[in-house]
Ligand binder design. Sequence first.
Ligand code: ADP
Length: 421
Amino acid sequence: MNIMNFCSNGRSGRNLKNEERLIKILVADLEDLNSYISELMAAIPLAVYTVNAAGIIIDGNEALAELTGHPLEELLGESSHKLFAEEAEAKNIERETAEKGYVTERELTAFTKGGEKIPVCISTRARVNDSGTMSYVTCLTDITEHKQTEEKLREFYELERKERIKLEREEEQRLQFINALAHEIKTPLTSIVASGGLLLEELKGEAQSPRVRLVENIISATNKLEARLSELLDIAKMGSLSFKLNLELLDIRPLLQKVASELLPVATEQGQSLTVDIPLSVPMVKADGQRLEQVLLNLLTNAIKFTGEGGKIQLRLTRKGNELVVEVKDNGPGITKEEQTRIFKPYYRIEADRQRFSGLGLGLALSKQLMELHGGKIWVQSGLGKGSTFAFSLPIAEPEENATRPHPERRASNLSNGESS
Ligand code: ADP
């Protein structure tokens, strides 16, 4: 409706003036909005441009000129695809935008006027104006720094991978060497023990002869040497990938009985009592029997070794929640709070014990690692002059595994030295 129509429709001159005033305000607002958008486009650090349906750049901002090195006037009227090294991919993105309405965060390489290639991230949105004309607004981000960081990270990962493979190979070679060395030493030791055994047989009739004691000493010292060698071998293997537990569903009560029975004569020889307190039935655990035996043997041997003559040693098995707890209690010299954390470190031995007892200080460190590999814990409760209780815990196997257990309800047999239940 034009001004003449207003007049002929009988509008008054005052109404007409009002309409004109409103139109002026609207035009001023539009100009304001336009300049606001232009300032915004100039201020944002992202390169933005608009192309028409034929892919020709019809608008762009300063950041685009900065990124490409082309003055804006040079870019207007040019095909946007030519800005990119991957021209075909740029066309694809435009096609996809026409279909979907938008495309976000695709990576392309932009050419600069100077021939430099810049990695960019591109997001595009389709726009249809009032008259139905299609255009595409595109936003480009320079991702050079991001790419450089990514490349550096990739290089680091590659370096780390190569180093790890190298270390694993060296570790494997080291273990192979230690294994071969241990084997070389163990073979003659085995024959010394075997020959000693035969010699003892020969000397059967001379029980009181000093020669018998000498041969027994040779056998016992050789056995100790072999045990130390095994400890060293274990500690070397422990950190390596090749070390694996042989897990099986286990009733640990017979294992505890066996180790206690084996050590009973040793305790008796020192005038010590060894009592065993094992419940009639306990749930099964998932454990490596041989390794558990090794841990228990170490704790009991230590208790016997450090408690001295007339000592009292107790082995106890209890269930605490979802765990089984094995305790080895002695009334020996006890260990100070300070020493209690140190003794679980490899090669650590309490100063006063170094001269008096043999050992490498590896038993507790090995036991700790073995228990942790089982998902359990090992600890000590002690105080100087108050004896020590070494204990380890093992998680009980899942209920469904326990449901398929055999029939372990065998009553624990008594040990001859001391009471048991
Ligand atoms: P080793 O027995 O070969 O010395 P361990 O790692 O088994 O090595 O023990 C480390 C140290 O912890 C021992 O040398 C000893 O000083 C101390 N220790 C271990 N068990 C006991 C115990 N039952 N009573 C007192 N001290 C102990």
